[in-house]
Ligand binder design. Structure first.
Ligand SMILES: C[S@@+](CC[C@H](N)C(=O)[O-])C[C@H]1O[C@@H](n2cnc3c(N)ncnc32)[C@H](O)[C@@H]1O
Length: 390
C-alpha cells in the first residue's frame, strides 16, 4: 500500500496556516488524514458493490438510472449515490463517460482493512473515525433500499459508545474542528468575556475545547454565562454530567434547543449573547436563513457568530466526511437556496460568505484561509467561520 508523501502538503500548510494552527497540523495528523480518506474510498468501493451499483453501471448511466437499476429508493439514494459515483470517478476507479454518465469497467478491489491496520500502527487514537465509517458502510444497503433510516441505523442505542469515542477530543480526526473553532471563538469573544450560547453542543467536546482555551487565555473566569444547548436529550444529559466537573464555579447551564425553531422557546432572550458558537451543527439547519435570523436576534451589539465547520474546498467536490453523513436526511435535504445553499451537506467558503452576507452578517473571516490553501491541499476541509451582525 502506497500513499503520496506528505512533504508537499506540509510546505503548503506552513505557508498559509497561522502559527497557532501549525502545531495541530503536524505530519502525524496529515498522515492520518491521508489514511482515513483512503480507507473511506475503499469502503466506498465495497458499498458500490453491496448496493448493486456496480452492476447497474455496467453500461454508461446517469446517477438516476443507476439508482433505478440497482432498485434503490430514489428520494433517499440520489444524494449518496451521486457522492459515490463522483468519488470513485475522481479516484479514476470508475469511468466518467461524459458530464452526466458513468460506467464501471475494471473497478479495483481494494481492502479497507489494511488501512485500518496502518492507522492502528500510526496513531490508534484516530480509530473511532474508522469504526463510524465502517458502521456507515454496513448500513448503506438497507438505508438506500429504504428498509431503515440512516438515523435509526447510525444512532441505534448500541452504537452510542462508538459515537462517544468519535465526537471526542481524544480522537484527533474529530478534535481538529474543536481546536480550530476554539481558536476563532476565543479571538471573537470580547476581552471582558460575556455570555456564550453554544448550539448543537452534542456530548460536549466542542465546549470542553473552548472552555479549556478560554481558561488558558484568561477569559474563562470572566464569562457571565456559558449556555450549552442541544436537541438530543440523551446527549444533553451526558454533557451535563461531564462538563460541570471540568471547572468548578463556571456559570454553565444546559438547555434543550432546536436550531430549526425560535430560540425564545429555549429561553434565549434577544440581544443576550456576546458569542453564538457551534461546531459541526449549522450545516444541518433545515432553513439556514431562519436559523441565522435567530442567531442575529440572540446576539448583543458587537457580538459574533463562530462556526466550526467542515468546509467543501470546491463546489461539487465530494469530501470523505460525507460518506457517513449522507445517510442522514437532515444532512442531505435542507431548504435549498441557489445562490448560497445549492446542495445539502457542507458549503464552500464562498457559499458561507454569501449565506452570511445575505442574512445580515458582515466581517466574515475564515480560519484558516481555505481559499489560499485549497489548490495545494484540497483535502483540507476544517475551518472556523466568524461573522458579525451588520
Ligand atoms: C456533529 S455533532 C457536533 C456535536 C458537538 N458540537 C461537538 O463538536 O462535540 C452535531 C450535533 O448537532 C445536534 N443537532 C442536530 N440537529 C439539531 C437541531 N435541529 N438543533 C440543535 N442541535 C441539533 C446533534 O444532535 C449533534 O449533537
Amino acid at each position: 500500500m502506497t500513499l503520496p508523501p506528505s512533504s508537499g502538503t506540509q510546505r503548503a500548510l506552513d505557508e498559509v496556516l497561522p502559527a497557532e494552527l501549525l502545531g495541530a497540523f503536524d505530519d502525524r495528523f496529515i498522515r492520518s488524514c491521508e489514511f482515513v480518506e483512503e480507507y473511506v474510498h475503499r469502503l466506498t468501493l465495497q458499498v458500490f458493490r453491496d448496493t448493486g451499483l456496480e452492476e447497474a453501471c455496467a453500461q454508461p448511466v446517469t446517477v438516476d438510472e443507476a439508482v433505478r437499476r440497482a432498485g434503490l429508493a430514489p428520494d433517499i439514494a440520489l444524494v449518496p449515490c451521486t457522492w459515490i459515483l463522483r468519488t470513485l470517478a475522481a479516484r479514476g476507479w470508475l469511468e466518467r463517460v461524459d458530464t452526466a454518465r458513468f460506467r464501471a469497467s475494471a473497478v479495483p478491489r481494494l481492502d479497507p482493512v489494511e488501512l485500518a491496520a496502518a492507522q492502528n500502527a500510526h496513531d490508534p487514537a484516530c480509530l473511532p473515525t474508522y469504526r463510524i465509517a465502517a458502521l456507515a458502510a454496513e448500513s448503506y444497503p438497507s438505508v438506500l433500499q429504504g428498509h431503515t433510516t440512516g438515523e435509526d441505523a447510525l444512532f441505534a442505542p448500541d452504537h452510542i459508545g462508538t459515537w462517544l469515542e468519535y465526537f471526542s477530543n481524544a480522537n484527533p480526526l474529530y478534535a481538529i474542528a474543536n481546536t480550530v473553532g476554539a481558536i476563532a471563538a476565543e479571538q471573537a469573544l470580547p476581552a471582558e468575556g460575556g455570555t456564550v450560547l453554544e448550539l448543537g453542543g452534542g456530548l460536549g467536546s466542542g465546549a470542553e475545547a473552548l472552555l479549556a482555551r478560554l481558561d488558558t487565555a484568561g477569559h474563562g473566569k470572566s464569562l457571565a454565562a456559558y449556555r450549552f444547548t442541544e436537541i438530543v436529550p440523551a446527549f444533553l444529559r451526558r454533557a451535563r454530567k461531564s462538563l460541570p466537573d471540568y471547572r468548578a464555579g463556571l456559570p454553565l447551564s444546559f438547555t434543550w434547543l432546536d436550531i430549526d425553531a425560535p430560540f425564545a422557546k429555549a429561553g434565549i432572550e434577544p440581544a443576550s449573547c456576546s458569542l453564538v458558537y457551534g461546531v459541526n451543527v449549522m450545516h444541518v439547519a433545515k432553513d439556514l436563513a431562519a436559523t441565522l435570523a435567530e442567531v442575529r436576534l440572540a446576539l448583543s451589539d458587537g457580538g459574533a457568530l463562530v462556526l466550526g465547520e467542515c468546509v467543501r474546498p470546491f463546489a461539487d467536490r465530494p469530501i470523505y466526511v460525507e460518506f457517513v453523513f449522507n445517510l442522514l436526511a437532515s444532512f442531505r435535504a435542507p431548504l435549498l437556496v441557489p445562490a448560497w445553499r445549492p446542495n445539502g451537506g457542507f458549503l464552500t467558503p464562498e457559499q458561507w460568505c454569501a449565506a452570511l452576507a445575505a442574512n445580515g452578517f458582515d466581517q466574515v473571516t475564515i480560519l484558516p484561509d481555505i481559499v489560499a490553501l485549497r489548490d495545494a491541499y484540497p483535502s483540507f476541509v476544517v475551518a472556523a467561520i466568524t461573522a458579525r451582525c451588520q
